[in-house]
Design a protein around this ligand. Structure first.
Ligand SMILES: NC(=O)c1ccc[n+]([C@@H]2O[C@H](COP(=O)([O-])OP(=O)(O)OC[C@H]3O[C@@H](n4cnc5c(N)ncnc54)[C@H](O)[C@@H]3O)[C@@H](O)[C@H]2O)c1
Length: 254
């Protein structure tokens, strides 16, 4: 799909990979709506790129419905959705205070897995009513963001790993489910990417994480994620697949 002129939604667009992807999409000529719970940072990104900022909690049906409708009003039905909103609190299954509170587990599943599905279903439903963009019948592209933790979750990542594993499993299923309307679904599984989510960790932890990749021995950059998103949108043969973006890193248990 040619990005220029298309309506695009990026969730988690206030920070990190989402913000960088919103910038890249806007630079390529898309009309971008960024959605996030962090309204202040969101407004800054939207202003920078001449896009629309819509405050949205992706885990809420009402909030996402209103946000997707606002994006559609401003830019037309989104042909591109990039789901970047996510949280990564660490907690062991059994900690010093006993079993992990079930609410803590549910919260991560709610934002990362259900939140991504929530926006995906709404954008896909709008696309069903749109005309295809080409004679092959392509109507849209949806990119989700899992994590290499979906495959090798570290100690303390039970909820995060389960949420991202759900997105990995959903990828081929959703691609099949939406294929009749020419909507592709692709997931990126990043390794360690230098964003506020990772840069909040102690420096020695960061250093040891960066050394886990065979090559290059550094964190990935948000622009490397954004570049992959643009390629996925452009390359129609990529569908129903999860692509690791990790410099060959395989996460260690801790
Ligand atoms: N940084 C990494 O190393 C890394 C690795 C693998 C996967 N990921 C995943 O990539 C995605 C982007 O992460 P990032 O590193 O850019 O993190 P980030 O913290 O910079 O950005 C995440 C954004 O999501 C927003 N958000 C959180 N809960 C939300 C909700 N309920 N509704 C809407 N927005 C919400 C946050 O406000 C934030 O702006 C996440 O899904 C994360 O799990 C990150």
């Amino acid at each position: 799909m040619n990005v220029a002129g298309q309506s695009a939604i990026v969730t988690g667009g206030a920070s990190g990979m989402g913000a960088e992807t919103a910038r890249a999409l806007a630079a390529a000529g898309a009309r971008v709506t960024v959605m996030d719970v962090n309204k202040e940072a969101l407004d800054g990104v939207a202003k920078d790129i001449g896009g629309l900022a819509v405050e949205c909690d992706v885990s809420s049906s009402d909030s996402a419905q209103a946000a997707v409708a606002a994006a559609k009003n401003a830019h037309g039905a989104a042909r591109i959705l990039v789901n970047c909103a996510g949280i990564a609190p660490a907690k062991r299954i059994v900690g010093r205070d006993g079993p992990m509170p079930l609410e803590d587990f549910k919260k991560v599943i709610d934002v990362n897995l259900i939140g991504s599905f929530n926006v995906l279903r709404l954008v896909a439903a709008d696309l069903y009513a749109e005309e295809p963009l080409d004679d092959v019948g392509e109507r849209g592209v949806i990119v989700n963001t899992a994590s290499v933790a979906a495959y090798e979750g570290q100690v303390g990542q039970a909820a995060y790993t389960a949420s991202k594993g759900g997105l990995v499993a959903l990828t081929i299923q959703a691609a099949r489910d939406l294929s009749g309307k020419g909507i592709r679904v692709v997931t990126i599984a990043p390794g360690f990417i230098a964003t506020p989510m990772l840069l909040g960790m102690p420096e020695d932890v960061q250093e040891s994480l960066a050394q886990q990749a065979p090559f290059p021995k550094r964190f990935g950059r948000p622009d490397e994620y954004a570049k992959l998103v643009l390629h996925i949108i452009d390359n129609q043969m990529i569908n129903g697949e999860v692509i690791r973006l990790d410099g060959g890193a395989r996460m260690q248990p801790r």
